[in-house]
Structure formats: structure tokens, C-alpha cells
Write a protein of this length. Structure first.
Length: 86
């Protein structure tokens, strides 16, 4: 999946105001990953009050979701060093 990042573009987002993004990978330039799932990876932040989930469909990264259990949507991406990867 990391090899897809140079060929990935943000093509949309969530309407709630959070930083969740829809991602499109140029399939002519990047091979599919053998990993697929909903989600394929998850990490928590803010003491478990928020998290990130990475989605892959047909071997290509499609969505990076950020969520919180607070009243307001996540307005910023958490610093990588604060993530607790599951």
C-alpha cells in the first residue's frame, strides 16, 4: 500500500466538517495491494476519544476516516507520534 501513496489523490471528503478523505489511486501507475478490508488498519488518539481507519477496496486505498467520540468532529489530523496503532 505504501507504494500507492505517490499515485494517490484526495478526491472528496465528509460533509460533517471532519478531515475524513476519499482517495483515488492512479491504477495505471500503481499495482494493487494484496490487502483489502474495511478497515485494514486502525489507530486511536486522544486517549481513545478519537481514531483513524484506513480502507482498501480491490487492493487500492480508497478512504481515510477520522472520528471522535466528542460533540465536535475532528478539525485537525493528530500528530503521528500520538497515534496508538491497533
Amino acid at each position: 500500500m505504501l507504494a500507492q501513496l505517490p499515485h494517490a489523490s484526495i478526491v472528496g471528503g465528509c460533509g460533517c466538517g471532519c478531515r475524513t478523505v476519499a482517495i483515488d489511486v492512479d491504477r495505471a501507475s500503481a499495482a494493487p495491494s494484496p490487502v483489502s478490508g474495511r478497515p485494514v488498519a486502525e489507530a486511536q488518539f486522544d486517549g481513545g476519544y478519537g481514531g483513524l481507519m484506513l480502507f482498501v477496496d480491490a487492493g487500492y486505498i480508497t478512504w481515510l476516516e477520522i472520528y471522535t467520540f466528542r460533540d465536535e468532529p475532528a478539525a485537525e489530523w493528530p500528530p503521528p507520534e500520538t497515534l496508538d496503532v491497533r
